[in-house]
Design a protein around this ligand. Structure first.
Ligand code: ARG
Length: 573
């Protein structure tokens, strides 16, 4: 049974009585037809042909005849499908009443009650730039986090910081040779990345530097005071900088336990692996052989005794299970790490962790700019904060031109600019590689954040001009009130609003926020079609309340949908 139950769909499922088939099964088979002309839900009857020993067409026809038109919905047989058409007036009335009374709580559910979901996302690397490559994990993870909460789950957001590794040896060496505390204090993370870049170019000429860096990292591992002091400073500087970005994106984490946190938690895992005879020594290194599963070995301890990224992930998985007793643990990490997670999950499974099946890698594609990608080592990095700044700057120029009299332009431009970047990153199926373009993400008429925000502003302004909207909508709508919604444009819009809660369910089912992003675009487009075709404020008196209610519900769902994606809704723009 799916986790969220749509009441109308359930009511339909219960109308269909087929021997040996439960209402739950019928429910899960009911689908929304591609073509809305075919009705609101369709049941494919070929699924029952074998058991009933009848042709699907005959099954559909019999069921259609028995169910007929019962006031709530009408059943029709079409090519082996049993199509259901909901009573439009009733659907309009019930949907709008429910959104108006629930407002931003429309779509809330208790599906996740008592279940904890850990979401490992953003997981930036200390002393490396927070670049556009971390955009997707950050916004996809945060969107899933918010939707889980809305569905009643206990969500735990984990920033698994990349705060351990040989790069710290390099930085310590570079800092001692070419850096200064003054520069670090003044330029923060920029000074750090300069040092990192300089180290790599100098090490190309002088390989002895690499050896020095290894020794520095070793002294850090051994707890040397100077090295530890510098390490902490680097970490502090990076976190200060990234927190500015998180603030702009309105993202907070429940835990920043990253790689370093697991330094003292790997030993028990390694011992357990030894005890279970899963470790093989290979040229001095410790590995888990995964050839039986068609994978290269999982390297856990190098010949020099150093542990690896995978070793930390094993320790982290146990720690999370013990600490949070999660129902699921998601890793929102680029597809480049597909193999890494397959290996880690397999090793856990071999260790007998039955919960390994609850670990989910949520991969996503690459983001590049129109003029090519970036690489940290060569210093050609596209910083996320720069992309945000530039988008905000461009938004400011656009709104200054469009609405010169707008007050508080800077604040609004920040919402539009940041929102445009976030919306863009959540627009496509997450596995796709995407190319960022300032013009495209800011196109007010395209399938963009600003377009949805603008539609919302349009709703706002209609509702403001209506004057006393709360009063108008104080009493629930009757079927009389929704007479003005008896037209194609309204019906399409209402059906989309009605589907909002199940869309959220789909987002979690597929770990795919773009389903919500696309749905908001559909709603915005449907609203604009409705707005073009039908009078609202100067409609016939008997139509007014229903149409205003539809505007009101549209605004509620768009605002809440945007919030879930991590995007603010400006009052005006
Ligand atoms: N810091 C890593 C990176 O930037 C991502 C870490 C993801 N989380 C994990 N548990 N491995 O590539």
């Amino acid at each position: 049974m799916p986790e969220f139950i749509n009441p109308n769909k359930l009511r339909i499922a219960r109308l269909v009585e087929i021997e040996g088939v439960t209402a739950e099964e019928i429910y899960s088979l009911l689908a929304v037809p591609q073509d809305s002309e075919m009705g609101d839900y369709a049941l494919p009857c070929f699924r029952f042909a074998k058991a009933l020993r009848k042709a699907p067409q005959a099954i559909a026809a019999e069921l259609a005849q028995r169910i007929g038109d019962n006031g709530f919905c009408k059943a029709e047989a079409v090519n082996g499908y049993l199509n259901f058409r909901l009573n439009k007036a009733m659907l309009a009335r019930d949907t709008l009443n429910s959104v108006i009374s629930l407002q931003d709580k429309f779509g809330d559910s208790e599906a996740g009650k008592g279940k904890t979901v850990c979401i490992d996302f953003s997981s930036i690397n200390i002393a490396k730039p927070f670049h556009i490559g971390h955009l997707s994990t950050t916004v996809i993870g945060a969107a899933l986090y918010r939707v889980y909460k809305k569905m009643g789950y206990n969500a735990v957001g984990i920033n698994h910081l990349g705060d351990w590794g040989t790069q710290f040896g390099k930085l310590i060496v570079a800092f001692k040779k070419w850096g200064s505390s003054e520069d670090l204090n003044k330029r923060g993370i920029l000074a750090l990345t300069d040092l990192y870049v300089r180290f790599h170019s100098e090490a190309e000429k002088d390989p002895a530097l690499d050896e020095e860096a290894r020794r520095s990292f070793k002294s850090l591992e051994d707890g040397d005071a100077e090295a530890t002091g510098l390490y902490n400073l680097f970490k502090e500087i990076t976190l200060k900088e990234v927190n500015k970005v998180y603030e702009r994106l309105d993202i907070a984490f429940d835990s920043y336990n990253g790689e370093a946190f697991y330094n003292d938690k790997m030993d028990p895992v390694l011992r357990d692996l030894e005890a279970k005879n899963l470790i093989v020594e290979s040229e001095g290194a410790k590995i888990v052989d995964l050839s039986d599963y068609g994978m290269p070995p999982c390297l856990l301890v190098k010949a020099d005794g150093a542990t690896l990224y995978a070793t930390r992930d094993l320790a982290a998985a146990f720690y999370r299970k013990n600490t949070y007793d999660f129902y699921k643990c998601l890793y929102v990490v680029a597809y480049q790490q597909n193999l890494h997670f397959k290996q880690v999950f397999k090793v856990l499974e071999l260790m007998g962790a039955e919960w390994a099946k609850d670990l989910v890698h949520v991969p996503f594609g690459m983001v590049s700019l129109e003029d090519g990608t970036m690489s940290t080592r060569k210093g050609k990095v596209v910083w996320l904060s720069d992309v945000l700044d530039r988008t905000v700057e461009k938004s400011l120029a656009i709104i200054s031109q469009k609405s010169p009299d707008l007050k508080d332009k800077e604040r609004i431009a920040e919402k539009i600019g940041v929102g445009a970047v976030v919306f863009f990153a959540l627009s496509n199926n997450r596995i796709k590689d995407i190319v960022f373009s300032y013009d495209k993400v800011l196109n007010f008429d395209g399938e963009t954040g600003p377009y949805v925000q603008y539609t919302n502003v349009r709703c706002n302004s209609i509702l403001r001009r209506a004057g006393n909207i709360e009063e108008i909508l104080a009493s629930p709508l009757t079927e009389e009130d929704v007479k003005g919604l008896d037209n194609k444009e309204s019906e399409v819009l209402i059906a989309l609003i009605e589907r909002f809660p199940s869309i959220l369910n789909d987002v979690l089912d597929k770990y795919e926020p773009s389903i919500l992003t696309r749905h908001l675009i559909d709603i915005a487009q449907a609203f604009n079609r409705f707005y073009l075709e039908h009078r609202i404020l100067n409609a016939e008196e008997e139509y007014k309340k229903g149409r205003l209610a539809l505007v009101y519900a549209t605004r509620a769902v768009l605002t809440e949908g945007l919030r879930l994606l991590g995007i603010q809704s400006p009052e005006e723009m």
